[in-house]
Structure formats: C-alpha cells, structure tokens
Design a protein around this ligand. Structure first.
Ligand SMILES: Cc1ncc(COP(=O)(O)O)c(C=O)c1O
Length: 401
C-alpha cells in the first residue's frame, strides 16, 4: 500500500516519528558507568505520567500481560481472595491469570457494555468483615467493549468501609490517554503497556506501585522470578537492571514521555476526549450505537460499535483490511461479530480519524449495511470544525468562518 499506515485498532498505536528516531540508534553498553544518568531521570518522569510522587515505577521487558502477573505475584499468596469483575475480554483475562495462579477470585459477572460494578463491590467488601479480600481489581478501560470504569469511586468505597485490600488497576489502554491519578486515588498497583497511550511498539510492561503494595511483597508467597520486584529494586536503585534491558525501547520511552509532558497531560486527555467524541458523533450519524451502554461508560480511547442484526463486525474488519488496507479492532469473545472497534488513542489528530471513519463507512456500505454515505464522516467533521482551537484570522476570513 502507498501512503501511511491506516491503523485504527486500539493498540499497537502509531509510533510518532520522534519516537522512531529515538529508537533507531546503535547498540549500547547496558552496564556503562553513565547509564544511570539516562535511567534514573526516566523513572522519575514516567512516574509523572501515573500522577505519582510516592510510587515506584517498574519497567519490565514484557507486554501488558506480564504487568498483570507482576502485580499479583509480588503481593499475594496462593488461596488469597481477590475481588474482580468480568465485563469484557481483558477483564476476563486478568481474572483467568489470577485463577491460574491459584488465587480465589470472586468474579462479579457484569453485562458487557457496563463497567466495574461499584455498588456490588461495596456490598462484597462490606460483607468481608474479616478482611479476607486481599486485592480489588479494576480494569479502568475495557478495550474489548470501549468501557471506562470509575477508579476513584472504588477507592471511595474502600475508604468508607476502611477495607485494607490492595487496589490494583489495569490501565493498559487508559494510562497516558485518559486521566489516571495514582496517588490521589490511592491506587496500589497500576499496570500499563508500551503499545497504546505510550505510543511505542509492544514490549514494555510499565507499572507504578505504592509503598503499601511494596510492603506486601514481604509476605507474598506466589512464585515469581522474572517479574520479581526485589531484583528490580536492588538494581534499579543505581540505575541498572537485573537482566539485559531493552535499551532501544527505553530510548523510545524517553522520547514518548517527553512528548506527553511537553503537550501536558491534561491536554493529552482533552485531545483524546475530543477525538473520541468525533467518533461518537459519527456513530450517531450512521444511526448505530456503541456497545458502552451509557455515556458514563464511554471510553475516550476505543469505541466498540454495534453492527445491525444480520451483519458481522468481524467480516467488516476483514473486508476493510483486505480491500482498503485499513485495520479496525475485531469483536472479541462474547461480542465477536456483534461489534467492530475503532481505536482512537495515541498519536492521532482530527484529520487522521475521519479517514478511518471514511474507511469504516465504505466497508459498511460494501457489506450492504443501511448507512448513508458521508453521514458519519460529516458528523465528525462538523464536531472537529466547531471545536477547533481558535486561530487569529483576517477580518474577511473571520466573517466567512
Ligand atoms: C485493557 C487491557 N489489559 C491488558 C491487555 C493485555 O496487554 P498485552 O496484550 O500487551 O499483553 C490489553 C491488550 O490489549 C488491554 O487492552
């Protein structure tokens, strides 16, 4: 294909030129005496992305799944009770990973299209007088359904009840794109990955861990080796690693973090909201609905769009890829075929997204879906046009606009 890559999946996301340039460098000595000059400030700056001053950052060569594993194996013991909820493929997979580590998971079943059930969590925690629940899991952004959960509300429930469980958050498809406040929300472990809001290739699990969660590792008996916080703590303190670090990814991370901090996190979140809102307008323009059942669940990083009865969202994604070279997210597991997903996170702007919307429209029409040509694109354009940053114009132009 000519032109740029048409990736409208919710990760991996586009890697900005500046990040690609930072990665494109010769091999280097991972035990060089001046390595800490690079790594120690990087750790401090990554913490800012989590909005934490008190937490400790861990960067593992891994995907996000390894981050889930690091979170539980460093803090819990076999048989420990964990409160979680299942409302999409990724919340499901974290539960599955906990169960495979012999944790006793109370998995609250939630209709797909809703998020973390705060009231049910409150009931379960209130009933747990003996404080047997050792960890509470929240998937801040369920990538399979395009649903964002209220982490602060879960924290409040735990505080109101004085429940001492650890609060663990999957922020793989939210951190660095949707507001996340590690310290303010009292999160004990936040897990992220490099290939979404961090705008890097896949390959890093990026965690932030509270002092309380770090202390929990002293009693935690789950087996761990590669993901052991202790080994990282010992070596990271001086700016080194317990095994060969992925130096190229770390240089990419340096560039990505610089870009995020230069833009300003609040601006990054506002950009994601605005891009997402344009997509939501397009979905209404098509006469379709989101899998997310209410606006409070709307995700600013991915929209899962329900296809009309009789159509298959995965066929749509396949056709768009084969015919137009454009990638959309598939419907996964319970919602396979019922939705297709548009990822709108990372290095994107309001001209890239209408190209994805245009491709989606073409593919929908190719499949015979009752969608009017241009209806979604026009709705998004109007939203982007009328919410664009004001610029100084000459008098004539100002009158025309
Ligand atoms: C919310 C969420 N959690 C966890 C994961 C797993 O991350 P990875 O595929 O990087 O292992 C993903 C992947 O898309 C995700 O979207």
């Amino acid at each position: 294909m000519h032109g740029t890559n048409s990736l409208f999946i919710p990760g991996p996301t586009n890697v900005p030129h500046r990040v690609r340039q930072a990665i494109d460098r010769p091999m280097e000595d991972q035990r060089a005496p001046d390595l800490p000059d690079f790594t120690l400030p990087l750790y401090e700056d990554v913490k800012k992305i989590f909005k934490s001053t008190k937490g400790q950052v861990f960067i593992f060569p891994s995907s996000g799944t390894g981050g889930w594993e690091a979170a539980i194996t460093n803090t819990l013991s076999p048989g420990d009770k964990v409160l979680a909820s299942r409302f999409g493929q990724f919340s499901h997979l974290w539960i599955d990973l906990c169960q495979r580590h012999a944790l006793d998971v109370d998995a609250v079943e939630v209709p797909w299209g809703e998020g973390t059930p705060v009231e049910t969590y409150a009931e379960r925690l209130a009933a747990d007088k003996g404080h047997e629940i050792k960890a509470v899991l929240v998937c801040q952004n369920e990538t399979a359904t395009g649903v964002t959960s209220d982490v602060a509300a879960v924290r409040k429930v735990m505080d109101d009840l004085g429940h001492p469980a650890l609060l663990m958050v999957d922020g793989v498809s939210s951190i660095a794109s949707i507001d996340f406040r590690m310290d303010e929300w009292g999160v004990d472990i936040a897990v992220s990955g490099s290939q979404k809001g961090f705008m890097l290739p896949a390959g890093l699990a990026i965690l932030c861990v509270s002092e309380k969660a770090l202390a929990a590792r002293k009693q935690a008996k789950l087996y761990r080796c590669y993901f052991d916080f202790d080994d990282m703590i010992k070596t990271n303190a001086d700016g080194f690693f317990p095994y060969t670090p992925p130096m190229h990814m770390l240089h990419g991370l340096r560039a990505a973090v610089d870009m995020l901090l230069e833009e300003g996190l609040e601006n990054v979140f506002a950009r994601h909201y605005r891009l997402a809102e344009g997509v939501r307008r397009a979905v209404s323009g098509w006469g379709l609905t989101l899998c997310a059942k209410e606006p409070k669940w709307h995700s600013d990083t991915v929209s899962a769009i329900c296809v009309p009865d009789g159509f298959d969202g995965n066929e749509l994604a396949k056709l768009a890829y084969l015919r137009y070279g454009m990638s959309f997210g598939l419907g996964l597991s319970k919602v396979a075929g019922r939705v297709f997903r548009i990822g709108h996170l990372g290095d994107l702007n309001e001209f890239m997204l209408p190209s994805g919307l245009s491709g989606a429209e073409m593919a929908m029409r190719d499949l015979g879906m009752p969608v009017e040509a241009g209806s979604g694109v026009a709705a998004a354009q109007e939203y982007y046009r009328t919410t664009a940053r004001p610029v100084p114009l000459s008098k004539d132009l100002a009158q025309a606009s």
